[in-house]
Design a protein around this ligand. Sequence first.
Ligand SMILES: [Zn+2]
Length: 389
Amino acid sequence: MQELLLYCLLPVAAASGWLGARKHYIAKATSGEMDSLRRACRGGMDILLRDSPDKAVELISGALSSSADSFSAHMALAALARKEGLVEKAIALHQNLLAKNGLAEVERGQIRFELGMDFLRAGLFDRAEDIFTSLLALPAQREIALAQLLDIYQQEKDWPKAMECLRGMGGCGRRGESLAQFYCEVALAAWTTTGNAMEAQAHVAAALEQAADCVRASLIATELALASADYALAYRCLKRVAEQNPVYISEIFPYFLAHGERLSERRELLDYLDWIGAKYNSAEAAMTLAALISRSEGLDKAVDYLSATVAARPTLRGLHALLGLLCEMPVPFPHLFVVRQSLQRFMLSSPSYHCRQCGFSAEILYWRCPACRYWETMRLRHDAPCVFE
Ligand SMILES: [Zn+2]
């Protein structure tokens, strides 16, 4: 309600300033009009206090219509209307304002931009897109229009147009948008909708050309290589992730677990997992290695390895995985199940990934946060549950 009142005060302030300036010149001629406006705004605030913003907007706009110098007040009122969900009213206010004569080109640009925002709020993306596209020719509106178009094209998953916008913005969006991520989206679309692996590979290459540290491109390249049974290439793509951005190394271990020795010669593979686990203190690397050892050398060897690793680099996830292995022993200590279940309940109390920007949580990694729409802000929680159940 305080914000509402603040918005309502804008036309009052505008009217008061206008009134103060004019008072010295033509006080008598306009006093009736300003009194009317003042009364209307006061009445609007009273209604706002009773939680009826629609009536307030109606009342104040009626008063403003008689004022010739009311551009700022109209704009503030329309913004209030849109903020309160009165989108049709906001559209009408902006369209009425546009129909007036004598507006400067800059003012007309501002009104058209706000009208585009109204259409956006109303879900009329096509109309919003038309307005923002027409504003690209105006230097004063070009940047903000590009930003809105970028949002629209992302929502519509029109990645080629989104790329065009982003290039117009210098290749960097306000929410971490990047050409590399857009190329990844195009690659996935090519692969999943038409099954065109070659086209997907070309887009992945373009993503890596844009950003050599694009982890997502390496993961898509891994999937493409696995689909064509090129395990050596898949292994190289997976190893590249740690060099690109070790924040995301947890994403590569499910591939090692699923494909194991097909990716590389066994000793090389185990040495790599051991090395990367030690370098980045990665419980997932240790768990993956233990699982591979368990498959080929037996459970005892796996327990030996993981218990030594947990002793050297203790983590909740490592401990959870070790308890899992101990529970699989032929004659496990009965209370181990209770301990493991208790630990698991604690670890499962929160989703695995969270957004550093807005705090959104999820069980899977989103490259674009669904809540705040920032790119590459999701991170694996350190207390996330073991993923190798
Ligand atoms: Zn977020």
